[in-house]
Design a protein around this ligand. Structure first.
Ligand SMILES: NC(=O)c1ccc[n+]([C@@H]2O[C@H](COP(=O)([O-])OP(=O)(O)OC[C@H]3O[C@@H](n4cnc5c(N)ncnc54)[C@H](O)[C@@H]3O)[C@@H](O)[C@H]2O)c1
Length: 441
């Protein structure tokens, strides 16, 4: 039995080292598509599996839909046959390595919704065979790989660590970050057994400069949720400072700038309208849920969530304050949101604080439009919205609210042409005139 194990593992490792191993990436979204491209670039034959027929068709036409992926690179890889895409899970039967990058949202009760992982695992079972590596990359709570993924995959009858190899390796991609890309961002890997870890680290070393092996999938899972909790908590702390500075009549941006001159013992975080995206508002609550099973209450996470949500309401109050300068009430006012993406220079608007502000201000009977050069249109809660031209939007609005500080927006033009501005990002810091019409958070 041990000999068979060594054979299955050894030949898979060799196929990985020679980059002949066939790679299936399940879920070709923000995480999966860049990963598929990186693997194909170094020579692996890659298939992207997705339930979205639209995404699959787009890849097969060589058409890119993820900002961090180079259009030309994807087109060339598809044209040369190194990347193809499919909706058919039978493609798993052709793969040696399967990387799972499906969503991990919260459900209506704000508990982990791991149905996508479960569904993918169940669909894979009939196609598993000896000598395969399955690596989960979706962010999730510690225990998912061994408590959820592994038992489903074990239904194949394959023995984990002997003929099937399972690992967890969290994706750390920072959308829009040109300095740290998939290749030069260290990658943490945990394997169910030592052989699983060995094979998984070999796989990731083909495309990533620095791979960090850890002792178990649980450690790797915890590492990822810790990292995102670290961000959520620190953003909340600087947001609390912003609320206090506002009460005390101090400029929080000046305080943050000054504190940041300390060469040690401080790390810069900026206040803002709240947190957004698929990660920071969600991932820490995966840990909160798991902690409850250990009679543990994650107080920092709860508090950070509370403060970051409070910021939506704080921005609403700032809009009311700005409209006060015009002697206008919020009901019936026209508000232009500048930026609906959750952070600068990207197109992802999921969980964006702008969505919450729209909801609050529409409840106040304000009329809302938005301008975002990265988000031409989006649908939220059944309502489709389309970005308006900046100039026309500013002429229309009573108040412009800078929610995202996209680099390509001319903030001098915004201040010049808006009646009043609420600036949640300090984007107007260098605009010298019209400051009396700017309300900062
Ligand atoms: N977006 C980020 O910046 C980021 C960063 C680090 C980690 N993550 C994590 O990576 C995971 C994926 O996030 P994302 O942003 O890439 O999501 P995404 O929504 O952009 O992509 C997920 C893809 O999975 C597909 N999918 C869903 N269910 C499927 C199924 N049953 N079978 C096949 N395909 C299916 C969807 O159609 C979609 O194309 C999440 O766990 C997320 O927390 C995301």
């Amino acid at each position: 039995m041990e000999i068979v194990a060594k054979e299955a593992g050894a030949s898979l490792k060799q196929a990985i080292e020679t980059r002949q191993a066939r790679v299936a990436v399940v879920g070709v979204g923000y995480v999966g598509l860049p990963l598929a491209v990186e693997k194909a670039k170094v020579g692996f034959p890659v298939v992207g599996l997705d339930r979205s027929a639209e995404r699959v068709a787009s890849i097969n036409r060589g058409e890119n839909y993820i900002a961090d992926v180079d259009d030309r690179e994807l087109a060339d890889l598809v044209a040369s046959g190194r990347i193809k895409a499919s909706t058919d899970f039978a493609a798993i039967g052709e793969a040696d390595v399967v990387v799972i990058c499906v969503p991990t949202p919260l459900n209506a009760n704000r508990d982990p919704d791991i149905q996508y992982i479960v569904h993918v695992a169940e669909q894979m079972v009939p196609y598993l065979r000896p000598g395969m590596l399955v690596s989960l990359e979706s962010t999730t709570y510690p225990g998912t790989t061994e408590e959820v993924l592994m038992p489903i995959l074990a239904q194949s009858g394959l023995e984990v660590g002997k003929d099937l190899f399972i690992s967890f390796s969290p994706e750390r991609v920072d959308p829009g970050n040109a300095r740290y890309t998939t290749r030069n961002t260290n990658k943490v890997v945990g394997g169910v057994t030592r052989t699983c870890l060995d094979i998984a680290t070999t796989f990731y070393r083909q495309t990533i400069l620095d791979v960090v092996p850890v002792s178990s999938p649980r450690v790797a899972e915890m590492t990822k949720v810790f990292e995102n909790t670290f961000r959520a908590v620190n953003i909340a702390m600087v947001n609390e400072m912003a609320l206090l500075c506002d009460r005390m009549g101090l400029d929080v941006w000046e305080v943050v700038e000054a504190a940041n001159t300390k060469p040690f013992g401080i790390m810069r975080f900026n206040p803002g309208p709240g947190v957004g995206g698929h990660c920071i508002p969600i991932d820490p609550f995966y840990l909160t849920w798991k902690a409850r099973q250990y009679d543990f209450h994650t107080r920092f996470i709860e508090l950070a969530g509370e403060i970051n949500i409070l910021m939506h309401h704080h921005v609403r109050e700032k809009v009311i304050q700005a409209l006060g300068k015009l002697r206008k009430s919020v009901a019936g006012s026209r508000i232009l949101l500048l930026g609906v993406a959750y952070k600068k220079d990207i197109s992802d608007w999921r969980e964006s604080p702008a969505l919450k502000l729209i909801e609050l201000l529409e409840r106040d009977e304000a009329e809302i439009r938005y301008h975002d050069p990265f988000v031409p249109a989006f649908v939220d809660q059944g309502t489709e919205r389309t970005s308006v031209e900046l100039e026309a939007g500013l002429a229309w609005a009573d108040c412009a609210v800078i929610m995202t500080d996209h680099s390509r927006v001319d903030y001098a033009q915004v201040v010049k042409n808006a009646k009043v501005v609420v600036d949640t990002r300090n984007a107007t810091a260098r605009v010298p005139s019209g400051r009396e019409r700017i309300v900062s958070i």
